[in-house]
Design a protein around this ligand. Structure first.
Ligand SMILES: [Zn+2]
Length: 137
C-alpha cells in the first residue's frame, strides 16, 4: 500500500522540531509503519503490508529504547486500526473491512454523532465500535 509509505515519508521529512512531531517521527521510524492510535505509552502503527505494530513508548527513557514494536496478529484490532486510520487518512478508506465479530458498540454510536456535534469521539475516533477485549484490560 504505497499511500501508507507516502504518509510515512511526509512525517519523516517534516522539518518541525515541535516535541509532538519529534515523537511522531520517532514512532514512525521505530515501527516502520504509520502511527495511527497513540496513547500515553503505546502506539499502534499500520504498515504498508497492512500489518499492525504495537510499540511501547513509555520505556523510551530506559535502556529498552531500541524496541521496534511487536506485530499484532489479532484481526479485530487490525480491523480497528485500519478503520481508525481511514478517519485521519480518508485516502485509506478503501482498506476498511467489515466490522468484525467480537466488537462492542462505542457509546458515541459512531459517525452520526460526529455530524451532530462536529467532534471526533476520543474513544473510537468515531468509528463507532471498539474491540471487545480492549474493555477488559
Ligand atoms: Zn466512539
Amino acid at each position: 500500500m504505497e499511500q501508507i509509505e507516502k504518509f510515512r515519508q511526509d512525517i519523516l521529512n517534516s522539518a518541525s522540531e515541535a516535541p509532538h512531531i519529534v515523537s511522531l517521527k520517532e514512532e514512525t521510524r521505530l515501527t516502520g509503519g504509520l502511527p495511527i492510535i497513540r496513547d500515553m505509552g503505546r502506539t499502534w502503527a499500520l504498515k504498508a503490508d497492512l500489518s499492525v505494530v504495537l510499540l511501547y513508548t513509555d520505556c523510551w527513557e530506559s535502556e529498552n529504547k531500541s524496541g521496534f514494536g511487536e506485530i499484532i496478529e489479532d484481526n479485530v484490532i487490525r480491523s480497528f486500526v485500519i478503520a481508525y486510520a481511514a478517519i485521519d487518512y480518508p485516502e485509506l478508506v478503501s482498506l476498511v473491512l467489515e466490522r468484525p465479530a467480537n466488537t462492542t458498540d462505542c457509546m458515541c454510536s459512531g459517525k452520526d454523532d460526529l455530524n451532530i456535534f462536529g467532534e471526533t469521539c476520543k474513544i473510537c475516533n468515531s468509528v463507532g465500535w471498539i474491540p471487545s477485549q480492549w474493555l477488559s484490560k
